[in-house]
Design a protein around this ligand. Structure first.
Ligand code: 6GU
Length: 270
């Protein structure tokens, strides 16, 4: 049995604000994953590796310009110390310049032994760190955060829930939005009637096959309406194609009836 199986996937965040991670470790599924030895987590203060009385971690950029740059020495020392603790972990720099984090990247990272997540602050980190101490650079989207800490938490959260045995049912993670590149079906719980809106009858029918079909259809409709881009890249199943064809027929019927009697027919379709 290797380390990962014995003690769980290892996440180490390198940051100048380690306290930011405390509430994150202490709640919900992340906390349960730690308690059950599915993951190990730590946030290490980069400042501990800075020299001098003031333990400075940033400095002015060569060549001038605004903002500060994270100094290479404390970062290098912090990354080396983390690598000694977790030699098989992947070293990831959180930066808006990185490749975009998505469900595919989350799955890819979830199979690694562990992650060392380097949280940049200020205007960036010294370029020499990017070259020599990093395996991968990741961004969580096209906007700029004040630091990589929230991005590190996003990644830890998304990766943790993919680890087998973390979520309730085995299929929970697989059936969720994006893993099959359609959105999740509509969910309802009690009460049966809420402020005049009723739960769809079919969900109360007890007919599991019908419920399954209804869920597949609502998943597809929602995806088509909210995120049509996801369907363009999806390999559709036979059943999914049948559902889409059925809509086409229904929509064409509506258009056909309009062209016979609707206002479009009178104005010559203009
Ligand atoms: Cl990983 N870091 C920062 N500072 N901003 C971001 C980001 C990361 N991802 C998106 N914006």
């Amino acid at each position: 049995m290797d380390n990962r199986q014995k003690k769980g996937m290892n996440f180490i965040a390198l940051t100048i604000f380690p306290e930011m991670f405390n509430p994150f470790w202490e709640h919900g599924i992340i906390r349960r994953a730690i308690d059950r030895n599915k993951i190990r987590v730590s946030a290490i203060d980069i400042r501990n590796f800075a020299e001098g009385k003031h333990r400075v971690t940033d400095d002015r950029p060569y060549g001038g310009g605004c903002g500060m740059v994270m100094k290479p020495e404390p970062l290098a020392a912090a990354i080396r110390a983390a690598t000694q603790k977790a030699p098989l972990s992947k070293k990831i720099l959180l930066t808006p310049q990185g490749r975009r984090f998505d469900s595919g990247v989350a799955h890819e990272l979830s199979s690694s032994d562990g992650l060392i997540l380097i949280c940049g602050r200020y205007e960036g980190v010294d370029e020499r760190i990017c070259h020599d101490f990093i395996d991968d650079e990741i961004s969580i989207g096209d906007y700029v955060l004040t630091g990589g800490e929230l991005a590190a938490m996003v990644i830890i959260d998304a990766v943790t829930r993919l680890i087998p045995g973390i979520l309730g049912g085995k299929e929970s993670a697989e059936k969720d939005s994006f893993s099959g590149s359609v959105l999740e079906y509509a969910q309802y719980t009690r009460p049966r009637s809420f402020e005049g809106h009723n739960v769809p009858e079919i969900l109360l029918s007890g007919d599991h096959q019908k419920i399954e079909n209804w869920r597949l259809e609502t998943s597809l409709i929602r995806t088509f309406l909210k995120r049509p881009d996801l369907l363009e890249n999806k390999a559709l199943s036979k059943q999914e194609i049948e559902i889409l064809k059925k809509w086409c027929v229904d929509i064409e019927k509506i258009i056909h009836n309009q062209s016979l009697s609707g206002p479009g027919a009178l104005s010559g379709g203009q």
